[in-house]
Design a protein around this ligand. Structure first.
Ligand code: OGA
Ligand code: NI
Length: 312
């Protein structure tokens, strides 16, 4: 007997997302909604972000992480009040029950936090990351329209929450794994993402894993020309837990380094993350009180970083 398996992490075509037609938002929103109610992860194809821009960002990531350690430390996140800049290996610990993450990364803020960015002295780095940030934010706003429709709201429901988005772009490098994975040292420990939507470009090395409901882990294999997209904690709250912000981790089991680029699609600092009225059945109460996004983010950063710095 032939069985049809539904992909645990489906690939969703975004063709039509920019058409301005409600039927396109409904179709794409329904596909996203199904994945968001499942493992909370999906891949997006036909997303409209030029491959040249993605390649350029990878090239900048390689150049940055190849800089002498002192040049990277000169833009350290430790001296930033917004967690922008370089995070060295072991400095971030996404899963406090295991040792610090075996990864290094660089965080860049968008236009709202441009003055807080610490740009390294690398030709084209700043311009490339800024262009990548802007393209990612535009895509997240469009995805949020399809999501709003899926959640029974007006397509523009989330638009006002992204007018001064504090979304962050992060380039990451995972060194070749030093030996057999012993179950305790992770490239990135198990965690959920904090904001609304994350767009992740991963190279061809692999290593991203997503937790199933039964506690086992499923690989998210690299797929060219796609982004892995996942629901963050705030969108889960906004949807009253209809959508799932799911745990994921990275283990680089390869003998070569792995690069990835994550864009955290976050709302405005002052956005009130609050249950959409349209997701509540008559008489049903929201599970969470409203929370200002920046307050929520600060509390999550405090759990993740050894340094605690002011954030507003
Ligand atoms: C993250 C993350 C995955 C990756 O930075 O939150 O989950 O593949 N990254 O780097
Ligand atoms: Ni993550």
């Amino acid at each position: 007997m032939e069985t049809t398996t539904i992909a645990e992490i489906p690939t969703i075509s975004l063709a039509g997302l920019r058409s301005g037609r409600l039927e396109d938002l409904e179709r794409i929103g329904a596909e996203i909604g199904q994945a968001a109610r499942g493992l909370g992860f999906f891949s997006v194809a036909d997303h409209g972000i030029p491959s040249e821009l993605i390649d350029a960002a990878y090239a900048q990531a390689r150049a940055f992480f190849s800089l002498p350690q002192a040049a990277k430390d000169a833009v350290s996140v430790v001296q930033s009040k917004r967690y922008l800049g370089y995070v060295k290996i072991g400095e971030e610990n996404l899963d406090p029950t295991v040792p610090g993450d075996v990864k290094e990364c660089y965080n860049a803020g968008g236009p709202v936090h441009e003055n807080d960015n610490q740009w390294p002295d690398l030709p084209g780095f700043r311009e490339t990351l800024q262009a990548y940030h802007d393209a990612s934010l535009e895509l997240v706003v469009l995805l949020q329209r399809a999501i709003a429709v899926d959640l029974g709201a007006d397509p523009s429901y989330f638009d006002p929450h992204f007018t001064a988005s504090v979304g962050m772009l992060r380039i990451l490098r995972y060194p070749p794994h030093p030996g057999t994975f012993d179950g305790s040292v992770y490239g990135a420990g198990a965690h959920t993402d904090y904001g609304n939507l994350t767009l992740l470009a991963q190279d061809d090395v692999g290593g991203l894993e997503v937790r199933r409901r039964d506690g086992t882990w499923v690989d998210v294999p690299p797929e060219p020309n796609t982004f892995v997209c996942n629901i963050g904690d705030c969108l889960m709250r906004w949807s009253n837990d209809v959508y799932v912000s799911n745990a994921h981790r990275v283990v680089n089991r390869a003998a070569r380094e792995r690069f990835s680029i994550a864009y955290f699609g976050d709302p405005n600092a002052d956005s009130l993350v609050d249950c959409l009225p349209s997701v509540l059945a008559p008489g049903e109460a929201p599970k969470y009180p409203p929370v200002r996004f920046a307050d929520y983010l600060r509390s999550r950063y405090e759990d993740t970083y050894a340094v605690v710095v002011p954030f507003s």
